[in-house]
Structure formats: C-alpha cells, structure tokens
Ligand binder design. Structure first.
Ligand SMILES: Cc1cc2nc3c(=O)[nH]c(=O)nc-3n(C[C@H](O)[C@H](O)[C@H](O)COP(=O)(O)O)c2cc1C
Length: 153
C-alpha cells in the first residue's frame, strides 16, 4: 500500500479572486489518487513541515506579498523547519504588476531550497475559465509529482 502524500494549498485573498484559483487548484489536485489535499487560509510552520508539496497563493498588493505570509516564512526560518526538497509552486490574482507569486518562488527556492515549479501562475483580477483550467492543471501536476516522488523514495 503506497503511503498517502500530503499537498497543502495555502492562500491569502482579500476580495476572493485568489481564493477561486485556490479552489480550482484543489479540484485538479483531488483528481489524483493517493493525495491528501488540504486548503488553508492560515497555517502554522508545522503544517508546512508535514506537507510533501505546498502551493502558495498570494495576490499582489502594493507590489508586495502579504505580511501574514512574510511572518509565516520568517517563523519557519526561525524554527529551522526543513522544507528542502519539498515541491513548491505559487499563484495569485493581480491587477497590473503581479510580483507577489514570483517573490514567493524566489524565497522558496533560495531560502528554503524547495523544488519549485516555474513559472508562477497568474490571473488578472477575477480569473476567467481559461485561468481556472490552468489552475486545475497546476494542482494535478504538483499532486502527480509528489506521488511519483513518494513511490521512488
Ligand atoms: C489597495 C490595492 C493595491 C493593489 N496593488 C497592486 C499592485 O501593486 N500590483 C498589482 O498587480 N495589483 C494590485 N492590486 C490589484 C489586486 O492584486 C487585484 O485586485 C487582485 O485581484 C486581488 O486579489 P484577491 O481578490 O485574491 O485579494 C491592488 C489592489 C488594491 C485594492
């Protein structure tokens, strides 16, 4: 019996656009057998430690990532929680510049040595069906990747 792998979708959303993306990613991830998919709005550093893959959702406000996410990542670093080798991806809704998901990926790659999936997935304002389809695809891709990794470990 293969072990059940864990995928965490952690997102922030002020007006619901990034949340719609998160739900579509969840749908895609849940189409893959053998993955426990959890969607969270808030997380503790320990939640990140328990996941095999983490997909971070982050809208861009004031050309930046949200303060709650920055605090969480800081806490992960302070507590020396090891994310090395875990699969990481990022997505988010934006209006005109959309830097936040890219910033997120940089931190995941350079500070935590996660295996990141590039490029980040962006949707302008309210995601259209085409964007939601890309979200479902991303969820499926990450889920399949962590299942495959668990089978070969
Ligand atoms: C006060 C404010 C600041 C914003 N700053 C940016 C920005 O710097 N760059 C950008 O691309 N979009 C910016 N936006 C647009 C949001 O990213 C966009 O509305 C997005 O859909 C919000 O996602 P959410 O519904 O998940 O919160 C801003 C919106 C507001 C209200």
């Amino acid at each position: 019996m293969p072990k059940l792998v864990k995928l965490l979708i952690l997102y922030y959303s002020q007006t619901g656009n990034t949340e719609k993306m998160a739900r579509a990613i969840e749908e895609g991830a849940k189409s893959v057998a053998g993955v426990n998919v959890e969607v969270k709005y808030f997380a503790r550093p320990e939640d990140l430690a328990e996941a095999d893959g983490i997909i971070f959702g982050m809208p861009t406000y004031h050309h930046d990532m949200g303060i709650d996410m920055k605090r969480l990542l800081e806490e992960v670093a302070v507590k020396r929680i090891n994310l090395k080798g875990k699969v990481g991806a990022a997505f988010g809704s934006y209006g005109w510049s959309g830097e936040a998901p890219r910033m997120m990926l940089e931190v995941l790659k350079n500070k935590f040595e996660m295996e990141i999936i590039e490029p980040p997935l962006l949707a302008k304002y309210n995601p259209e069906e085409k964007s939601l389809e890309e979200c479902r695809k991303l969820g499926k891709t990450v889920a399949e990747r962590i299942v495959k990794a668990s089978l070969s470990s």
